[in-house]
Ligand binder design. Sequence first.
Ligand code: GLN
Length: 299
Amino acid sequence: MGQVEKDIWTIFKSLSWAETYLKRFKIPEAKIDAEYLLSHILKCKRQELYLNPDTQLTNQEINTFKGFIQKRSKREPLQYIIGEEEFRGLVFKVTRDVLIPRPETELLVEEAVSLISNLQTPAPKQPTIIDLCTGSGCIAVSIAKEIEECRVYATDISEKALAIAKENAKRHSVENRISFLQGSFLEPLKGKGLEGKIDIMLSNPPYVSKKDMKKLQPEIKEYEPPLALYGGEDGLDSYRTIIPEALTYLKNGGYLILEIGYGQAEGVKELFGKNLAYGEIEIIKDLSGIERVVKAKRE
Ligand code: GLN
């Protein structure tokens, strides 16, 4: 092979190089990951890469791609490498300061949207909604986008996470309807005059138990913020705080909607049972059939 030929990086050659490289590091979806990263660089769809396999990459594209592949070989999640993830059809900026939005978390937003539009009669004109532990802001921003005229308060203990959430709110032009408050769980809500005024409070809090933290895949364990994952010895500490404290803020007829981890439904139900102001508790399963969301009404 001549020198010239060897240095030409076509789409096809780049992909097969990357696949071999990632396989050496035992990355499970080597081919798909390589396609995903290259299509991001070339701003095209994954399938479109194969329409022009002989297209040559520029030096800059090659260098970026090699950098991306090297990161992926060390198990960095794709979303941190490219710096974004989609949630409810919107693209969110993500960094290692925030949890990567998961598809099952979309269920929380879906529930809130359907409650506001169907169940509450008369529908509140300007519903007030609180998102605890907002992280990237994916829940707060989608809610602000999907529920017209709602007012959202989003809290997070991490200042760095809030900075990302604010950027995401700007990116989707809802920054005027979301107040970002720094502090642990409901703490920063104090003194804001929100007591008894909240239509819906929702949260995807940290809920991984001590035992499960050790079993997480390297992408999560080594890259995602433990602050957003660890929920104490049995994983239920966040619920021990949120469930009783939410009652101060929820209206009569308001809802608390929480994401839960695998196998936590019974434990969380029990915590709700200790607070008589909650009526019937509904558990909603995700697409994999796992009990994922708990919804309770303040009676
Ligand atoms: N769903 C995350 C996981 O896959 C956990 C998120 C959380 O603790 N809220 O581990």
